[in-house]
Design a protein around this ligand. Structure first.
Ligand code: NAI
Length: 235
C-alpha cells in the first residue's frame, strides 16, 4: 500500500480527498492547523513552518512508511482592496498558499526519488484563470503554484514523479460558505450556480475524483497539467 499525505485534510476539499484516497486503498495521513482529535492519522502542522512539516512527516513515515503521494490542499484566502492591503496580509496569504507548497514538496521529495515513483497534486484555484478582485495576494500565490507545478513536472518527470495542479471552481466547503455569509462572493451560491454551465456547485468529491485519477498508475503520462474542475466556467 502506498502512503499519501494530504495537507488541509481536516476540512472541505482536503477532507474529501483524504476520504477518497483511503477508499482507494492508500494509507492516508493528513496535516492541518486544526486536526481532528479522534483521528490517529491526522497531524498538526502549520505548512508555513518547515520544522513543523518535517516533524509531522517524520511521524507519518515512522507509522506508515515512505510518502510517495502528496496533495497540497491547505489554503488561506483573504479579501482586501489592493490599495489597503498591508504587506503582512500579502505575505501571510503567499506564505500559506505558495511557501507551504514549497515546504511540503521539499520534505517528501527524497522519499519519491528513492522510490523512483511519486505523485504530487497541488490544489490551486480557478481564480488563476479569471482573476478575482480584492484577492491579489491569493491569485498571485495560486498562479505561482500553477507555475511551480509546470516547472517541477519537467524537472521530476525523469525520476518517475508527476506533478499536476487542480484549480477548483466553486466548491461547497466551509471556506466558500464563510465567504457567502460575509457577502464576498459577488452574489449568492445560487447566483453562481446559474452562471455555471453544468448548473450546480462543485463538491469536494468532484475534486477528489480528479486527484484520484492523477495519482493513479494510469495517469503516468499526465504531468505538468493545470486540470480545471469548474463545471465549465473556465474553459
Ligand atoms: P477549507 O477552509 O474548508 O479547508 C482548508 C484547510 O486548510 C483547513 O482545514 C485549514 O485548517 C487548513 N489550513 C489553512 N492554513 C493552514 C496552514 N498554514 N497549515 C496547515 N493547514 C492549514 O477550504 P477548502 O475550500 O477546502 O479549500 C481547500 C483548497 O482549495 C485551498 O487551497 C483553497 O484555496 C482551494 N480552493 C477552494 C475553492 C472553493 O470553492 N472551496 C475554490 C478554489 C480553490
Amino acid at each position: 500500500m502506498k502512503t499519501a499525505v494530504v495537507t488541509g485534510g481536516a476540512s472541505g476539499i482536503g477532507l474529501g480527498i483524504a476520504e477518497r484516497l483511503r477508499n482507494d486503498g492508500f494509507h492516508v495521513a493528513t496535516l492541518d492547523l486544526n486536526p481532528p482529535e479522534d483521528d490517529d492519522f491526522a497531524y498538526r502542522a502549520d505548512v508555513t513552518d518547515p520544522a513543523q512539516v518535517a516533524a509531522a512527516l517524520d511521524a507519518v513515515r515512522a507509522k506508515l512508511g515512505p510518502i510517495t503521494v502528496l496533495v497540497n490542499s491547505a489554503g488561506l484566502d483573504g479579501f482586501q482592496r489592493f490599495k489597503k492591503m498591508s504587506f503582512e496580509q500579502w505575505q501571510r496569504v503567499i506564505d500559506v498558499n505558495l511557501h507551504g507548497v514549497f515546504h511540503t514538496i521539499q520534505a517528501v521529495l527524497p522519499d519519491m526519488l528513492d522510490a523512483g515513483w511519486g505523485r504530487i497534486v497541488n490544489i490551486s484555484s480557478s481564480s488563476t484563470h479569471s482573476g478575482q478582485p480584492f484577492m491579489a495576494h491569493y491569485v498571485a500565490a495560486k498562479s505561482a503554484v500553477n507555475g511551480l507545478t509546470k516547472a517541477l513536472a519537467l524537472e521530476l518527470g525523469p525520476s518517475g514523479i508527476t506533478v499536476n495542479a487542480v484549480p477548483p471552481g466553486f466548491i461547497d466547503t466551509p471556506m466558500l460558505r464563510k465567504n457567502e455569509q460575509a457577502g464576498r462572493l459577488g452574489g449568492t451560491v445560487e447566483d453562481h450556480i446559474q452562471r455555471t454551465p453544468v448548473r450546480r456547485i462543485g463538491t469536494p468529491a468532484d475534486i477528489a475524483a480528479t486527484c484520484a485519477f492523477l495519482i493513479s498508475d494510469e495517469a503516468s503520462y499526465v504531468t505538468g497539467q493545470i486540470f480545471g474542475v469548474n463545471g465549465g466556467r473556465n474553459t
